[in-house]
Each structure stands twice: as structure tokens, then as C-alpha cells.
Design a protein around this ligand. Structure first.
Ligand SMILES: [Mn+2]
Length: 508
């Protein structure tokens, strides 16, 4: 056993878990020391091969094996008897020809399995066993030639044991298995990937089949599956979304870490900024800091908008130079161990707000803090309620700064976006989230009011071309909110302090 493994197993509880897991992972082909060798024999980081990333009781970094089991059980418990769930891995995406992007697993499939390889799928069949369902995982399995080029894939035998499937089969057997499972099920929960037609994205049973398995043969199987799917298919995404909306304690810890990494990168990018630099340099600095802290990727393309560029909500060209006396709006967050973070800060390039910048910033900040304080279950508010409240609060603040309003200028011009969205594995956690539903403990939402003043005579001249957004990630509690993005400076004194190097930030 390596010293790293030994270090990871220092406590008695860890030792017990390690014993259980080494039993779990031990097969004729592998033992613990082989599992820890390079190159890895698994298709993703696991405790035996990557003890510096994954703890003994965890399946993916930060998320215990037991969490995955609970997710599936909760999903299957809610579905009617004789239900079948089909979820598939994301396809590899290409930048051009055969040049692929860094792979990212499909969110729902990953949430249900923790399995990170492409060309894989899972079928869950509700039954009367003590587990309540039967799980069949489909994946590549071992393939010496393919692995020589692409790196290790988890073997079928190991995959079943590690991911707690009742059975793991080759992805080549998927359609045959699917056909028989469909025939004996009454309700089939599966998502149809949209095919892009001239009339926009549309999902059909044929498109899902194409997506599920390019290998469906013979043709008679294909027709049977398409017919059955058309008759019994229900969307899976809303069922999984309901579960994903409430974060487990392990998920909350990972999200706090993701927000911490991004928050510190915001603070250090404030310090790094000098007039004359390009927006791209700030973006690069931010991304570098996140990567150095272990983040796998950005959760979205960063917005680094100097001066009037901040009036463009999704400004991502990031190719202008920063001028003295401009504000810089950075909306950026990393993805860490499967979870997104999303933070926006606005700060002065010179390190000191001008009086109008300060006044407008203070106005947005006052509203933002008030809105954050309402993010708890006892307040019994929905995202719609909070958004309405944000419009009122911002309007009041701006009136005190000499703004006057005609018609819906507030919502259509000065503050044209929504206040909030849920966040988790995806940046916008679920398209099935009901904005009218009251917030519940365990949800994580953003609170991101903003004001963007165009250079038109109806608004006070000294505020022209200033765009300010302040965005935090908030974990909804029973009676209190928990701000996950607390490491990103937000108070005026802290923002100026970070810019001027007064916060004493450690290098990483
Ligand atoms: Mn956001």
C-alpha cells in the first residue's frame, strides 16, 4: 500500500471503510497495490487509484457511494410500480472534425451513477427486491487496443462492484436489453435529446434511439423499441430535477468548496488588475487560479467586462483594454468535482471607486444584501417573490440617487434580467424548477441583482455607462441563509482592500 493510501486511511473509521472497499475492489485481476499503480486501471479517479482525490467512502470526489444509492432509491420510490428508468452518458463533442472537447458527463446520468465514461448507460427497473430496483450498467469494459489510445476503461466486473450495479454489461448489449425491459414495463422514464430541425429543437422516439445506441440491430428491434417508447415514454428530467433541487450535506460541502475557489480567484483577480491590461488577461488569471485549486473547468464562459462593456449582460468577447477609472464586472465561476459555482463582482480598475460608482454600487449592494437575508424557508418566498422584491428595492435605491422612471424602464432597461436561478451540477440547475414555488432548506440559488445605465438623457449623466452586478450563491437554510460565495469581497471597503492588496491573500 502506498504512503498516500496509508495517509488517507489514518483514522479507524477510514480503515474500516478501506477494508470494506479493498474487499469490494478486489477481484482476480486486481489487488490494492495494482489498483494504485500508473497508469490507472479505471476509467475515472477512484479511491484505490487516486487516494489524493477520492476518500475511501466516496465514489466521486466529495460524494459518498451511499449518496448515489440514496438518489436512485428516492427516484425509484416515487415512481409507480413497473417503472423503468433509462439514462445515458453524454456524447463526445467535437470542436472540429475529430478534435474533441474535454469530456463532461451528462448531469442526470452522473447524478444517478457517478459513472464518468462516455458510451455508457444505466437501466433501473423498479421491482419488489429489498433494494426496490434492479440496476444494470452498460459501459465499454476492457479493450486493450482502445485503451492504448484513450486510456483505461473500468472493466465490467469492477464496474458492477464499484458502482453497485446488479449487473454490468457491454454497451453493445444495450439495445437487446432495452427491448426486453421495455416489453415488461408499464412506464418508461427517459429523456429525448432534441434533434435540431428547421423548426427548432424537437425530440422524437427515433432521435432518442439514435442517441441511446447507434448499434441497434437488427432493424426489427429498432421498430419494436420505437413503437414501445412512443406509447409508454415519460420525461425523466423533471423526476431527477426534484431530487437535485435539494442538496445533501456532501453536496453542500462540495459546492462550498467550489464557491470558495471561485471567490478567492475573484479576490486575487481584483489584486492582479491594473489599468492597461486586457480583459482576456484577467480571464486567464481567474481560470489559472481555479485550475491550480483543483477545479476541472469553468462552469461557463467568464464575463470580464470593463467600463460600458458591462452593459452587455453576456459579454464574453473579453478583448478590450482596461482604462483608468473604469469599473470591471467579472461574472465567473469554476466547476469543481461536478458542481458549478457562479459569482459576480464589480470593482474599480484603479482600486478606488469614483463617487458616482460608489453610490451606484452601494445601492445595488444594499438591495442584494436585503434579498440574500430573505433566502430561508421561514420567509416562505419563491424566486418570483424575490425577483419582484428586487425590482422594488432597486427602484427605491435609485430614486434616492435622482433617477426618475417612466413606464417599465426599470425592468426593461436598467435591470433586464431575472434575480436568481438554482445552481448545482448545472449552472442553471433545472429547467423544470418552478419559480413560483417557495424556497426550501437545502436549495442553492444565486442572488444577482444588477443595474446597467445606458447613456441616454432620461438617466442622470454621471451614472451613464456604469454596469454593476453583485452575485452570490446562497444555500437556503431553515431560518437563515448561508452565503457560499463568502470568500469573494463584496463590501466597498473589502473590494477596495482586495484591489489595493490590503487583504493578505495567500498565493493559492
Ligand atoms: Mn448566475
Amino acid at each position: 500500500m502506498s504512503s498516500l493510501v496509508r495517509a488517507a486511511c489514518s483514522s479507524r473509521r477510514a480503515l474500516q471503510l478501506q477494508t470494506n472497499l479493498s474487499r469490494l475492489y478486489a477481484t482476480e485481476a486486481t489487488n490494492f497495490s495494482e489498483a494504485n499503480a500508473k497508469p490507472s486501471i479505471y476509467g475515472q479517479p477512484l479511491f484505490p487509484s487516486h487516494p489524493h482525490l477520492v476518500q475511501p467512502q466516496e465514489l466521486t470526489p466529495g460524494i459518498p457511494l451511499e449518496d448515489y444509492e440514496q438518489r436512485r432509491r428516492r427516484l425509484m420510490d416515487r415512481l409507480p410500480d413497473n417503472s423503468l428508468v433509462v439514462s445515458v452518458a453524454a456524447p463526445i463533442k467535437y470542436m472540429s472534425k475529430n478534435i474533441f472537447y474535454k469530456y463532461r458527463q451528462a448531469s442526470d446520468f452522473w447524478y444517478l451513477t457517478g459513472f464518468e465514461e462516455p458510451d455508457s448507460a444505466v437501466i433501473l427497473e423498479k421491482n419488489s427486491s429489498s433494494r426496490g430496483y434492479r440496476m444494470t450498467l452498460f459501459c465499454n469494459g476492457k479493450d486493450v487496443v482502445k485503451e492504448k489510445w484513450e486510456g483505461a476503461k473500468t472493466g465490467l466486473h469492477e464496474a458492477a462492484a464499484i458502482f453497485r450495479a446488479d449487473d454490468a454489461l457491454s454497451i453493445d448489449q444495450f439495445s437487446v436489453h432495452l427491448k426486453s425491459a421495455i416489453a415488461s414495463s408499464s412506464h418508461i422514464y427517459v429523456d429525448v435529446p432534441p434533434t435540431h430541425t428547421r423548426r427548432g429543437p424537437r425530440g422524437t422516439s427515433k432521435s432518442i434511439l439514435k442517441h441511446l445506441s447507434p448499434l441497434v440491430e437488427p432493424r426489427s428491434d429498432y421498430d419494436v423499441i420505437v413503437d414501445s417508447l412512443s406509447a409508454k415514454r415519460k420525461p425523466l428530467a423533471p423526476e431527477v430535477a426534484r431530487l437535485r433541487a435539494i442538496k445533501s450535506e456532501a453536496e453542500q460541502r462540495v459546492m462550498r468548496m467550489a464557491a470558495d475557489i471561485s471567490g478567492r480567484a475573484h479576490a486575487k483577480t481584483m489584486r492582479f488588475t491594473r489599468p492597461g491590461m486586457s480583459e482576456a488577461a484577467l480571464a486567464a488569471h481567474f481560470e489559472y487560479l481555479c485550475a491550480m485549486s483543483g477545479a476541472q473547468r469553468m462552469a461557463y464562459v467568464p464575463v470580464v467586462a470593463s467600463g460600458p462593456n458591462a452593459l452587455i449582460i453576456h459579454y464574453t468577447s473579453n478583448n478590450h483594454l482596461i482604462r483608468q477609472d473604469e469599473l470591471i464586472l467579472i461574472d465567473a465561476g469554476c466547476e469543481y468535482n461536478g458542481y458549478a459555482s457562479d459569482i459576480t463582482r464589480t470593482y474599480p480598475a484603479s482600486g478606488k471607486f469614483t463617487p458616482p460608482q460608489r453610490d451606484l454600487y452601494a445601492a445595488v449592494l444594499a438591495a442584494q444584501k436585503q434579498l440574500v437575508s430573505l433566502c430561508h424557508e421561514a420567509a416562505d418566498l419563491s424566486l418570483h417573490d424575490l425577483h419582484r422584491r428586487s425590482c422594488e428595492l432597486l427602484k427605491e435605491e435609485l430614486k434616492q440617487l435622482g433617477f426618475t422612471f417612466k413606464g417599465s424602464e426599470m425592468e426593461s432597461v436598467l435591470y433586464p434580467h431575472f434575480l436568481s436561478h438554482p445552481i448545482g451540477i448545472d449552472l442553471h440547475e433545472s429547467s423544470h424548477f418552478d419559480r413560483g414555488e417557495s424556497l426550501k432548506a437545502g436549495m442553492v440559488v444565486t442572488i444577482e441583482p444588477g443595474i446597467y445605465v445606458p447613456p441616454t438623457p432620461n438617466f442622470p449623466k454621471h451614472f451613464h455607462n456604469i454596469g454593476i452586478r453583485i452575485e452570490d450563491e446562497v444555500l437556503v437554510g431553515k431560518t437563515d441563509p448561508v452565503v457560499l460565495s463568502v470568500s469573494a469581497p463584496k463590501e466597498i471597503v473589502d473590494v477596495e482592500g482586495a484591489c489595493q492588496g490590503l487583504l493578505g491573500l495567500e498565493p493559492f
